[in-house]
Design a protein. Structure first.
Lengths: 245, 476
């Protein structure tokens, strides 16, 4: 059996706002002797429309995803949100379309979130990373509750050399992003995020780490507005860090 | 003046009232936290708790799928036990039935146990309109009746009231001496209510469960007022939503193990009552027992293979206590009788999506509710379903230039055409030159993006998207 081949699902948020996350995923996978391909025709999994109740629009975008990725060994996304969309919600979108539902089943069984791919598929916890800072971790809701992935990110973080990992108070509590919720109910979204930021500050951590771009944009947006010293990083960005020299 | 009607589409105003009130926010935060902590301790004592939940869900599923059978069986047994059956399709019918029973019995005063379904059909309003006084005997309901409020929580209707609030209400409405000591406040209420129980000719309650096999109505409580309402007056009326049915007493055991622990962290509530018909000769209890089966929109949910799952609910309130949105905005913001995650399903489903189209969106879909639901209702999934119903049947006018649906149609078209996606993002990069400072945007002038920058900054689009960097990465 040759090198595992991974088709990267970059996610629209990482593509446009956090491209460094994509670079880190590529770097780490190559370090682990995995071949990475990227289909530039990809755009989005369709979740924003689905989340807002526009199923036809979501379906039209999702159909394209099925067409673009149907021949990959593995499809890996640095996002629990997008992975949950494909694995958990695509079957609902295609429930009345047997042909697409079959294609969907084939895509779903190969589609993984980045940390679960490393730990559960590649069976790797030590990716050779080095990051001597105090770090705390926020569990993104879709990753934790739709995909059941809570241990994998922690296993990976604990193996990072020099890291001082501290559990966040109420780590499972939603940060308040919630996709379109963040703009439909900002009066609730913002206080929820502020609670998360406060909890992170209480750990004394320099970095708040999460595995989802949406959570990170919302939390970092709050931190920046308040001028706080706390920094945010995507899990992949921590795992890509190595000792210089 | 009691609040009536559904105000769910005013959720933003309702939310602001709580969010802007320090005392209310703290009341919700601390009360729900206490209930959550108690729940955690209580369920840790039951090693098979997860299996109980699975079993409970399965019993509910089976019962709901065959509800006609179980309702018929229940009705037969109730009548065999000497009870009288009534069937009400609508809220108005429920009220008419109860008012008729009250008139026939000659009751001038009705003592009421806490009943969400009675709130739902606005029974007190109907009784008062017919010259019959309705007195709430549950302490929380007694308090909110004095305040003219609706319940703010399914299990703890006065969760939003502090002891200072309660003292003020008692001084004002029942001429009580001022005190903020909880035991004294309770004693004041107890004295006032004791007289009511003795003098009332009719007691009205809901039901926590209705056992089909035996025709038994099951009621759980901590105060003893339900005992008083259901045994002291000559006539007892029980309001039973169709979804309260469970097949038999063995199954009941599963639910009794789940309800107390999930709701308040109690192994069992102080009183658990099994009422199987009116009194037999030589016994204590009501002479007449009337059971009113209530639809009021439930059969609509029943007919919907997706939404019927919402009928599994045993009204424990755990989803409210864990919901980060409920904990911030409080129960009244939901604008109906039921609040929190289950309220966001029940209100639109029973009242129609048009009356409550905002509720399914008032959630970040975090799934914490599903995690604590004793019958594992997939609340986030049902909320997503209602969102698509809302866009289909109750589209909203927003202050955006382009209607939302059209915006998403355009978005979807862009996402299906990568050259358009590339063009669109390139235009956005030029556009943000005016707005972005050092990688951040402080204010986006266009709705709905402007809603983001109300309370936080928005990250600027990265100078180079990943797909453009890939050209260099690919070669390595």
């Amino acid at each position: 059996m040759g090198k595992p081949r991974v088709a990267l699902f970059i996610t629209c948020l990482a593509d446009q706002f956090l491209p460094n996350v994509g670079e880190c995923v590529v770097k780490i996978l190559r370090r682990l002797d995995v071949e990475v391909t990227f289909n530039p025709a990809q755009t989005c999994c369709g979740q924003p429309a689905f989340n807002t109740g526009y199923r036809d629009e979501a379906r039209s975008v999702a159909t394209r995803v099925l067409d673009l990725f149907d021949d990959a060994d593995y499809i890996v996304a640095p996002s629990g949100s997008c992975t949950a969309m494909v694995r958990v919600f695509y079957p609902e979108l295609f429930a009345d379309d047997p042909a697409r539902l079959r294609k969907c089943a084939q895509v779903r069984e190969r589609f993984f979130e980045f940390s679960e791919f490393l730990v559960n598929i590649l069976k790797v916890e030590d990716v050779g990373a080095s990051f001597a800072h105090r770090v705390t971790y926020h569990d993104s809701c879709h990753l934790l509750r739709e995909l059941g992935v809570g241990e994998a990110p922690r296993k990976l973080l604990r193996k990072v050399r020099g890291i001082d990992f501290v559990e966040l108070q109420d780590y499972k509590l939603c940060c308040g992003f919630g996709g379109t919720f963040s703009v439909k109910f900002p009066e609730v979204s913002v206080p929820m995020g502020e609670d998360k930021v406060r909890a992170a500050q209480e750990t004394g951590a320099e970095y708040l780490v999460a595995a989802d771009g949406g959570c990170l944009m919302h939390i970092s947006g709050l931190i920046h507005r308040q001028g706080l010293p706390l920094k945010t990083l995507h899990l992949a960005e921590v795992l890509a860090q190595q000792e210089s020299g | 003046m009691a609040d009536t009607g559904i105000h769910s589409n005013e959720i933003h105003q309702g939310a602001s009232l709580t969010l802007g009130n320090e005392r209310l926010r703290e009341a919700y935060r601390s009360s729900t936290l206490r209930l959550l902590n108690h729940r955690e301790l209580a369920i840790a004592e039951v090693p098979g708790f997860e299996r109980l939940r699975d079993r409970a869900r399965e019993v509910k599923r089976q019962t709901i799928e065959h509800l006609d059978y179980y309702l018929a069986q229940f009705a037969d047994r109730v009548e065999q036990n000497g009870g009288r059956m009534h069937w009400a399709s609508t809220a108005q019918e429920v009220c008419r039935i109860v008012v008729d029973i009250a008139r026939a019995s000659g009751a001038q005063e009705v003592v009421k146990a806490k009943s969400m379904i009675a709130e739902e059909v606005e029974l007190n309003h109907a009784l008062e309109a017919n010259g019959i006084r309705a007195v709430e005997t549950d302490l929380g309901e007694f308090i909110i009746q004095l305040a003219g409020d609706r319940p703010a929580h399914i299990v703890a209707p006065a969760i939003h009231k502090t002891r200072e609030d309660v003292s003020e209400l008692f001084v004002k409405h029942i001429h009580a001496p001022p005190t903020v000591v909880p035991e004294q406040l309770t004693a004041i209420a107890r004295r006032a209510l004791r007289e009511m129980f003795q003098n009332s000719g009719l007691g009205v309650s809901g039901a926590n469960f209705a056992v089909a096999e035996t025709g038994t109505v099951v009621l759980v409580e901590n105060e003893g007022n339900i005992r008083m309402c259901s045994t002291v007056p000559r006539v007892h009326v029980v309001l039973v939503g169709i979804e309260k049915l469970i097949p038999n007493l063995v199954d009941l055991g599963i639910f009794l193990r789940l309800l107390g622990r999930s709701a308040t962290g109690q192994k069992l509530t102080t009183y658990t009552s099994f009422l199987t018909g009116p009194r037999r000769p030589g016994e204590d209890g009501p002479e007449e027992m009337h059971v009113v089966i209530v639809d009021n929109g439930r059969t609509k949910a029943l007919a919907d293979p997706k939404m019927r799952e919402m009928l599994y609910c045993i009204r424990c309130g755990a989803c409210l206590n864990t919901c980060p949105v409920y904990r911030k905005i409080g129960g009244h913001a939901y604008g109906g009788v039921y609040s929190g995650p289950i309220g966001a399903l029940v209100t639109p489903e029973l009242a129609g999506i048009g009356q409550a189209r905002e509720l399914p969106f008032a959630s970040s879909l975090c799934g914490a509710c599903r995690e604590v639901c004793p019958v594992r209702i997939n609340i986030p999934d049902l909320l997503l379903h209602l969102r698509s119903e809302a866009q289909e049947h109750a589209p909203q006018r927003t202050p955006s230039l382009i209607p939302e649906r059209r915006m998403f149609r355009l978005w979807a078209w862009g996402m299906r055409h990568p050259q358009m996606y590339a063009l669109g993002t390139r235009l956005a990069r030029w556009g943000q030159i005016l707005l972005a400072r050092q990688g951040w945007v402080r204010k986006i002038p266009i709705f709905p993006a402007s809603q983001w920058t109300q309370g936080r900054d928005f990250p600027a689009l990265a100078p180079m998207a990943f797909r453009d960097r890939w050209k260099q990465l690919r070669g390595k």
